[in-house]
Design a protein around this ligand. Structure first.
Ligand code: CO8
Length: 373
């Protein structure tokens, strides 16, 4: 059967940086304004005061210092608190396709491939900006790729699940080269008025080339040894935004239509699940955590990653072993583990083993065990 490799990866950063301090300044301005405007109702106990946020808490609780954002205008305006993204016409490249194309071109260069070498495009992320036509097909047209494309939504595990589909297609011989793109334009779904969640997400696009090893001419490539996925239903991370609102008359901008979560419960439930998943995956290959040179883990929270690697290694993983990109990027939904991989793999030596693992909403957990060629 065909051997399958990851032969190129890339990260495209949106143009603007939003620091914790900027975000907290705007949030606290909103909180003070709300509390002043509702002082009487708050004093009477009819309305809850909005609590203030702090940059120190954010960094300590999550490891996040800043995030990239596609459109910064509007987010820091305390009377708006959501980005201003200009609407594009149907004859223009959509925002998310533009994100995707930027990362895709970089990944193709890394893999030493032309667009004409690709026969499948998968756009896989937490949200797509429309239902159809698929963003992947728009990307395919923009890059001049023949074959087919489709979109996939698996929240935080969208990237690893798409890589698994790519692996299977190449393995089965139904595709030679698959372009997997994760254009995570998260900022429109962030509730910047919610203290518990206003700091969590950033925008980014990542892309990976998966191909038949026989065709690979890349400087850095990785055998995909095995893939593993699991999903377990949970309401602890949720967004209720969807097409059905046109019929239910629900407020399309209500808080439950944006990202919301029970962060503590997620932390408690997902860490053991992810650790067990990785351990089972390694065991199925007769490997142990000690055999891995690198762990490219999902990037939701630094304390989660420390806990998971400690459970498996019996000690704290070093930043070299389990790189963290949260400080610069924040949580970028499915792109996190791919950013960690893309920015931290070129020093590996032939034969070194690593795991790419995502965990998050669904719940969903996906992993790939790979070996440097
Ligand atoms: N500033 C100051 N203080 C705060 C703040 C704040 N912003 N927020 C909370 N506090 C206070 C609380 O009030 C609490 O105070 P007290 O102890 O007096 O009650 C104290 O700080 C501790 O609060 P928490 O218990 O809530 O804080 P934690 O230490 O648990 O940290 C986290 C909160 C960071 C949210 C943490 O629980 C966490 O990271 N959990 C894991 C979450 C996670 O991984 N979620 C995955 C989400 S991503 C995903 O699945 C993808 C979804 C699709 C993409 C969506 C794109 C928009």
């Amino acid at each position: 059967m065909t051997d399958v490799v990851i032969s190129g990866s890339a990260v495209w950063n949106p143009p603007h940086v939003l620091t914790n301090e900027e975000l907290v300044g705007a949030y606290n301005g909103y909180a003070e304004q709300f509390n002043a405007q509702n002082a009487d109702a708050i004093a009477a106990g009819d309305v809850d005061a909005v609590p203030t946020s702090s940059a120190e808490f954010i960094q300590k609780a999550s490891g996040i210092k800043q995030r990239y954002i596609y459109c910064k205008d509007g987010v820091l305006d305390i009377n708006r608190m959501r980005p201003i993204i200009p609407e594009r016409g149907e004859d223009e490249l959509s925002h998310q396709a533009e994100f995707a194309v930027n990362a895709a071109r970089m990944a193709l260069t890394e893999a030493n491939k032309e667009a004409s070498d690709v026969d499948v495009v998968i756009v896989s992320c937490a949200y797509t900006e429309r239902s159809y036509p698929a963003i992947a097909i728009e990307v395919q047209a923009e890059l001049g790729i023949e074959g087919f494309g489709f979109d996939m939504l698996v929240a935080c595990s969208a990237a690893t699940f798409a890589l698994q589909r790519a692996y299977e297609m190449v393995k089965a011989g139904t595709a030679k080269t698959v372009l997997v793109i994760n254009p995570e334009l998260t900022s429109p779904q962030v509730n910047y008025r919610d203290r518990d969640g206003h700091f969590i997400f950033g925008d980014v696009a990542t892309a990976i080339i998966v191909e038949d090893k026989n065709n690979c001419t890349s400087k850095h490539s990785y055998d995909i040894l095995s893939t593993k996925a699991v999903t377990v239903y949970s309401n602890n991370i949720r967004s209720n935004f969807g097409y059905i609102m046109h019929a239910t008359d629900a407020d399309p901008y209500g808080p439950d239509k944006l990202f919301h979560q029970s962060g503590r419960a997620v932390f408690k439930e997902v860490c053991p699940m992810a650790a067990q998943h990785i351990s089972d995956h390694l065991e199925s290959l007769d490997l142990t955590a000690q055999d891995l040179t690198r762990w490219w883990l999902h990037q939701a929270n630094i304390n989660m990653n420390l806990l998971i690697s400690k459970r498996l290694l019996g000690r704290d993983a070093t930043l070299e072993e389990a790189p963290i990109v949260l400080d610069e990027y924040a949580n970028t939904a499915s792109a996190g583990s791919i950013i960690a991989f893309s920015l931290n793999h070129q020093d590996l030596k032939t034969g070194d083993l690593g795991v790419i693992c995502s965990f998050g909403a669904g719940y969903s957990i996906g992993s790939l065990v790979i070996r440097k060629v």
